[in-house]
Design a protein around this ligand. Sequence first.
Ligand SMILES: [Mg+2]
Length: 233
Amino acid sequence: MYFPKHLFFDLDRTLWDFETNSRNALQKLYDNFQLSSYFEHFIHFHTTYHHINNELWKKYGKGKISKDELRIVRFQKTMERVKIYDQGLVEQLNTSYISTAPKEKNLFPDTLETLKTLSNRYKLHIITNGFEEAQITKLKTTNLFPLFDVIVCSEMVGKTKPHREIFQYALQKANAKPTESVMIGDDHTTDILGAIQSGMQAILFDPKEKYRKSAGQHKIKNLNELPLLLTML
Ligand SMILES: [Mg+2]
């Protein structure tokens, strides 16, 4: 039997509904900066940005670009796709997005209630690859902040998940043994494999059933499945 004491959560796409929140923030940018002058439709802007942003995050994860490059270049490249080379506009878009997106409040269903229930029995922590000031704003805006004990952002460690260093750092900070710790996250590579390599148990949050269930793998569709599943690990 396994008796977990510490639960480590990923934040983006596990608790905080990144897709919805990012789309809402981009829609505000689109309206406020009248980007309809350059793009046929919001969807055109959104998909262009989304694709470029994903590619840049992969480079950031491999240490090939810095945080500041990632932030500026994603808007620069998005605007270049419609032949706009206006660095002033790019910087305004970036500043506006950074200040508004983390204040979006959509969480996955039952997040707050489930975490409150779990906090009576376990110590809750966060391990995220996101940027510190943005992640703290998200947690505070959604009232999740007081529920967590240790919050580890990859910037503090200089390594992103799935690198073992970030899990080891988080375990140490939380004063937790891997054998009494469970990681819950939506990404099979960064969250699940990273945690397992660090000796933790892992639960995949897969609300849209993107992944096939493989033998021995713990998987949930809704966070409210956690309290019961954790007693059966
Ligand atoms: Mg995630």
